[in-house]
Design a binder for this molecule. Structure first.
Ligand code: ATP
Ligand code: MG
Length: 405
């Protein structure tokens, strides 16, 4: 039982897809716990797990309320960005008596009312069958207690503004509206991938989606300074940081591609410049991937979204690489991608004005259906290998931390 609500709080975490795992579940949980502890570092919060549920308890030694608010915000920020959980809720707990449960439901309902809620219902779950009331009995008793104590609230069983959940386990847990988790699998359970991150809307979303399948993500960005500005570079750092909130940080490889682009511009047919640049990016990304043992490359391509993403041109783009290239957006339309970008907080960064190195060099009439044979012939004639090697060797590497500031 918390000493005082201001000095102590608890959070209940419900696990997601990993509960479907058989023998491997332990390994997935191990990574999830490690991720939670890493994300909560510095908040003073503790993770405790009991029979399939995780709890985070937070006790402020000082009892300083302002510190508590800061820590609560950080905990909520982390849990909203944690892959592998179905949901979470700030939770009250008490002894397993009907009176105590009703008292905590009333307290929770009071908080909900203060937040503008007018209608509610109570849901109950009982894993401890020795508790004197069954689930239905708990709902009825707690609902009546709340109505009697707070006449401003009414019950709406069909479309309540808030649901108060009571769980009778080794203790009684009571929480108001639960937050939906990101679901997916814990980052770090599915190998490491290298994301090609431009300054656009799509690629951060591609990284986010692969992280949601448990992949650890690092990123590579190609710039063409001084044709692209310092602001364009800063923007990519911000995007990497925003993505890193979900992936426990990212390492950002920044590769200067000016010489490669100039060679392509000077020596290749204009219609082919974008395809050839993409091929060069893939070659450079693969070289970095081999050095750092990334298992795959990830791109934000979406079929037929632009000329460089017709199926023929995608074939050309990947024709020089042997690592798998994952394209989680391939079947998605722009609107769906944009919606995700807005939800994860990358959209507002992506729409800042900037010059992408590809746009600067892009032809008026790009080849729409390049053949792999032709692409190879043009590419080899450019003799880019040494330039790409130099660019990769001279790249800058930044570590983007994921801690909320
Ligand atoms: P995005 O919104 O991600 O920029 P886009 O619709 O603008 O995508 P393209 O510019 O054709 O599409 O780029 C396709 C993909 O190639 C990007 O999603 C990204 O993975 C990669 N890419 C493009 N430009 C760069 C760059 N400058 N650095 C790293 N990767 C890039
Ligand atoms: Mg782009």
């Amino acid at each position: 039982m918390p000493d005082s609500p201001a000095a102590s709080s608890s959070y209940l975490i419900k696990l997601g897809e990993l509960t479907l795992k058989g023998e491997n579940r332990g390994a997935f949980e191990h990574v999830l716990k490690r991720n939670i502890r890493a994300m909560l570092k510095g908040t003073g919060a503790q993770l405790v797990s009991t029979d399939g549920r995780y709890f985070i308890s937070f006790n402020s030694a000082s009892g300083d309320v302002s510190q508590d608010v800061d820590a609560s915000e950080k905990i909520a920020f982390a849990l909203d960005r944690l892959f592998g959980i179905a949901g979470w809720a700030k939770t009250r707990f008490c002894e397993k008596s009907i009176a105590a449960v009703c008292a905590e439901c009333i307290a929770e309902a009071g908080d909900l009312l203060a937040n503008g809620v007018k209608t509610f219902k109570v849901e109950a779950r009982r894993t401890d069958k020795r508790f004197p009331l069954d689930s239905y009995g708990i709902m009825a008793a707690a609902g009546e207690a709340v109505l009697a104590a707070i006449p401003a609230l009414t019950v709406d069983v069909h479309k309540p503004e808030a649901v108060i959940t009571v769980e009778i386990r080794e203790k009684a847990y009571i929480y108001g509206n639960a937050h939906k988790g990101l679901r997916g699998l814990p980052v770090g359970t599915a190998g490491r991938g290298l994301l090609l991150l431009s300054g656009g809307i799509d690629s951060p979303v591609a990284g986010f989606l692969m992280a949601g399948r448990g992949m650890s993500i690092d990123v590579v960005h190609f710039h063409a300074y001084p044709y692209t500005s310092k602001e364009a570079r800063d923007k990519v750092v911000r995007l990497a940081e925003a993505l890193g909130r979900y992936t426990l940080g990212v390492r950002l490889h920044i590769v200067g591609f000016t010489k490669v682009q100039m060679r392509i511009k000077e020596a290749a047919p204009p219609a082919w410049t974008t395809i050839l640049l993409r091929m060069a990016m893939m070659e450079a990304a693969e070289s970095i991937a081999r050095q750092h043992e990334y298992a795959c490359l990830i791109s934000g391509e979406s079929l037929s979204q632009v000329a460089s993403q017709t199926i023929e041109n995608i074939r050309c783009t990947e024709s020089r690489t042997t690592l798998p290239i994952l394209r989680p957006l391939i079947g998605m339309d722009k609107e769906s991608i944009t919606r995700i970008a807005e939800k994860i907080g990358t959209y507002e960064i992506s729409i800042l004005p900037y010059e992408d190195c590809c746009v600067l060099f892009s032809p008026k009439h790009p080849a729409l259906r390049g053949s792999v044979g032709e692409a190879a012939a043009y590419y080899e004639r450019l003799e880019l290998s040494a330039l790409i090697e130099d660019a990769v060797r001279e790249r800058e590497v930044e570590k983007c931390s994921f801690v909320k500031r």
